[in-house]
Design a protein around this ligand. Structure first.
Ligand SMILES: [Zn+2]
Length: 221
């Protein structure tokens, strides 16, 4: 029986075949390989980026290298909300004008960026750094759940807005947090409205969709 290649298999074959017969110097091939490992970068784009850098002035290459190193060494996690920060606290937690009584719980740091761009939220955040996923071995101790409960316990929190993505793992996480915070009577747990498509990611939604989802948030039983 003749079995045709899928497009993915064909591309992989072309890529590995090209690599094996590559006449590029090893240093450039190494850079192409590094770029190819980045999310959203295919082999062709990796090649274009490497060749682009090869033709760039030396000062630009040094600047790029320093930016990558500084990003890794100069960034830390906010001691309160676990968003990225230049210092011990992130720009949101440092802002006196933010409403500290309302905490918006998100999965990843890019969700904070997406919500901030929508300008629909004036409270503070809590970044979980993932969602519960028993299949992948990710349990409550792997996320910043204990830290969230600690904030609720210690702070003057009135509302916790769950802005986790509407995936199975997101729903499981939302349910876990709702149960975890049930003993705290003065704290209302809400969920952002379903303006987001099921299975859609917050970080990819447009600003007006995020804005509508936050404004239309509802209480969780
Ligand atoms: Zn913070």
């Amino acid at each position: 029986m003749i079995r045709l290649f899928t497009l993915r298999e064909y591309r992989f074959f072309c890529y590995t075949h090209t690599r094996m017969s590559s006449f590029l110097p090893k240093s450039i091939q190494n850079l192409i390989d590094e770029f190819s490992r980045l999310p959203g970068i295919g082999p062709k784009t990796a090649e274009r980026l490497a060749i682009h850098l090869l033709h760039s002035p030396h000062s630009k290459i040094v600047g790029l290298g320093e930016s990558v190193l500084n990003m890794k060494e100069g960034v830390e996690f906010c001691a309160k909300c676990w968003h990225l920060a230049d210092d011990s606290l992130c720009h949101v937690c440092r802002d006196e004008a933010r409403n500290r009584g309302v905490i918006c719980v998100v999965e990843h740091v890019l969700d904070v960026v997406a919500i901030e761009k929508s300008r629909a939220f004036s409270g503070v955040y809590h970044v979980l750094h993932g969602v519960l996923s028993p299949m992948d071995g990710i349990g409550p101790e792997d996320l910043k759940l204990y830290e969230l409960e600690k904030r609720v316990k210690e702070g003057d929190v009135r509302e916790v807005v769950l802005a986790v993505n509407p995936s199975v793992e997101g729903e499981t996480t939302a349910l876990y947090i709702t149960k975890m915070l049930r003993p705290y009577e003065g704290v209302r747990v809400t969920r952002i409205a379903r303006g987001l498509p099921v299975g859609g990611e917050l970080g990819y939604a447009d600003e007006s969709t995020i804005s509508r989802a936050i404004v239309g948030r509802m209480g969780v039983e």
